[in-house]
Write a protein that binds this ligand. Structure first.
Ligand SMILES: C[S@@+](CC[C@H](N)C(=O)[O-])C[C@H]1O[C@@H](n2cnc3c(N)ncnc32)[C@H](O)[C@@H]1O
Length: 212
């Protein structure tokens, strides 16, 4: 984990696998005693892509600390809203100056509300027997497949997106890149990689999704 506002150096990737690996990862990132995911290399990649590609009204789903949303707002002078299931995250984002709401994925937002939707999802494949029952589990775990948040997000994001809108989605090789591409295709989007970086245990890619 990096300090707020810094991008990572790639040495502390999110990793994956069993509860021991996840505990180690959480400890390395200083996440074992915090309730809100702090900016790391994945956050930095999403911010880089969003600054390059976002336009108009922007939503960051799962905003965590609000750092990505704040980068987009300040670098591009755009209206950005953050949302998160975790009320501690929404509060931290607001303290950073980001308008933020507590929400489950896209549920409260109206049709065509946004020109850009950004998401760095919880993506670690996690054995159901090893799930943590805390806010860091919600930040890191993508369920057994790693795609349990990505699937409903992709199924619904077209509803809130304006006709010429763009979705910026961070995908890890740990989550199954080809499987995510299949979900994107099934949702009616075409995907182009915007930024990509490889770390010892995973490759992170931010895809720009536009209606096919
Ligand atoms: C990997 S963290 C990313 C945080 C931040 N966007 C960043 O890049 O630093 C994933 C975030 O998604 C949030 N989250 C998990 N499940 C969610 C859901 N169903 N709806 C909204 N946010 C959710 C978590 O609380 C966490 O803040």
């Amino acid at each position: 984990m990096t300090d707020d506002g810094d991008e990572g150096d790639g040495s502390d990737e999110r990793g994956g696998g069993d509860d021991t690996e996840r505990d180690d990862l959480a400890a390395r990132r200083g996440l074992d005693d915090v309730t809100v995911y702090q900016p790391a290399e994945d956050s930095g990649l999403l911010a880089e892509a969003a600054v390059a590609e976002a336009h108009g009204r922007v939503l960051e789903v799962g905003t965590g600390s609000g750092w990505v949303a704040a980068q987009v707002a300040s670098e591009r002078d755009l209206d950005v809203i953050g949302s998160d299931l975790n009320p501690h995250a929404a509060r931290q984002a607001r303290e950073r100056g980001v308008e933020a709401v507590v929400a489950d994925l896209l549920s409260p937002f109206r049709a065509d509300a946004f020109d850009a939707v950004c998401f760095n999802p919880p993506y670690l494949p996690t054995d159901p027997d090893n799930e943590w029952d805390d806010w860091m589990e919600h930040a890191l775990s993508g369920g057994e497949s790693g795609r349990e948040l990505i699937e409903p997000f992709l199924a619904d994001v077209g509803h809130v997106l304006a006709p010429d809108g763009v979705v910026l989605l961070l995908v890890s090789s740990l989550t199954g890149y080809e499987e995510v591409l299949d979900l994107i295709d099934a949702a009616g989007f075409a995907a182009d990689p915007v930024v990509e970086e490889s770390f010892p245990f995973e490759t992170l890619t931010v895809l720009a999704l536009r209606r096919a």
